[in-house]
Design a protein around this ligand. Structure first.
Ligand code: 8YV
Length: 324
């Protein structure tokens, strides 16, 4: 690299990663860490060689159409990239990369935490203790649902789906069934203690816990809708650590309010950071602020993956995690 490429980092990243970026590139950082608006992002596409966005930056086609584009690569911080219009990026010859692999375990851990929390009512219990409202032990107090030995249904058997299967089967003696668009070798599935079923409905009907691990956007938008929620067992729970738009949130709220399903554990929402008041009012849900990958180790590894991707790009090599 002769002249350092101009790059924009749209949010605060772990210090160790920002230090490397500052050394290698002519880097601008968002020290206030406030999400950038559409106008700022559109201007960034005209004035930086690389923009490094996160899930909190929306990059629809309209943003690419506003003027002369300088940006040649979007180094996304995150594995999911449904906030970027990939077709538009491709149309304008912009490379897009993501950060797969390094957040698999931590995201599966959060899915497990949500599953256990909602089944065993730990959120409700914590709220009761903190409010000073606990009146003492009794046999019928805050009775939950047993997890061990139950059936887990996974939608999307990629890296994170497999990591979730492993935890549930080998840690909690659960039967694991899954739906995946493409056929998975049964021997491979058996390594995770899991078995593929034909349809989403087959999985929903069989499962005591349904955990979503497919990408968001496109044809997965509202994959879980009112009809499919009705296929779930009335005592079942839905866990979503994938993307909010995979679930029709209004239909889910109705299902939770009327007992179509028993509960939900959610790390992602349709219009983040807005979480509907009706959802927040429910006791049979556990709600987290998109924490799937939020560990020091993983967020640093994600950032370093972006560093590797844009370094390769500007050195004329193939970026390891190109998605467009
Ligand atoms: C990230 C995620 O925190 O990687 C993803 O797809 O959902 C999270 O791990 C977020 O997307 C950062 O952009």
């Amino acid at each position: 690299m002769t002249e350092k490429p101009r790059i924009l980092v749209t949010r605060r990243w772990p210090d160790a990663v920002e230090r490397v970026l500052a050394e290698r590139f002519d880097a601008s950082f968002n020290t206030s860490d406030v999400a950038m608006d559409a106008k700022t992002l559109a201007e960034a596409l005209q004035s930086f060689d690389a923009v490094l966005p996160t899930v909190s930056d929306r990059l629809p086609a309209s943003l690419f159409e506003e003027g002369d584009l300088r940006t040649r690569i979007l180094g996304n911080f995150g594995v999911g990239y449904n906030h970027i219009d990939i077709a538009a990026a491709e149309h304008y010859g912009i490379t897009v990369t993501n950060t797969p692999g390094v957040l698999t375990d931590c995201t599966a851990d959060i899915a497990m935490a949500l599953l256990l929390s909602v089944a065993r009512r730990t959120g409700e219990g914590e709220r009761e203790v903190r409010a000073g409202q606990w009146t003492g032990w009794r046999p019928t107090h805050m009775i939950g649902t047993k997890v061990t030995g139950k059936t887990l249904g996974i939608i999307g058997f990629g890296r994170i789906g497999k990591a979730m299967a492993k935890r549930c089967h080998f840690g909690f003696d659960m039967d694991v069934v899954f739906y995946n668009r493409s056929k998975i070798d049964p021997v491979e599935a058996a390594r995770y203690g899991a078995r593929q079923l034909e349809t989403v409905e087959d999985v929903l009907a069989a499962a005591d816990f349904v955990s979503l691990h497919c990408p968001g956007g496109g044809e997965n938008r509202h994959l879980i809708n009112a009809q499919r929620l009705a296929v779930m067992k009335p005592g079942a729970y839905l866990i979503n650590t994938a993307r909010g738009d995979v679930v029709d949130e209004a239909a889910l709220i109705h299902a939770l309010e009327t007992g179509i399903i028993r509960g939900a554990g959610l790390d992602v929402f349709e219009a983040e950071p807005n979480v509907p008041e009706r959802l927040r009012a429910l006791e049979n849900v556990v709600l987290l602020p998109h924490l799937g990958s939020a560990t020091e180790e993983t967020r640093t590894a994600m950032g370093m993956k972006v560093v590797d991707n844009i370094t390769a790009f500007f050195e004329g090599r193939e970026p390891p995690d190109r998605v467009a």
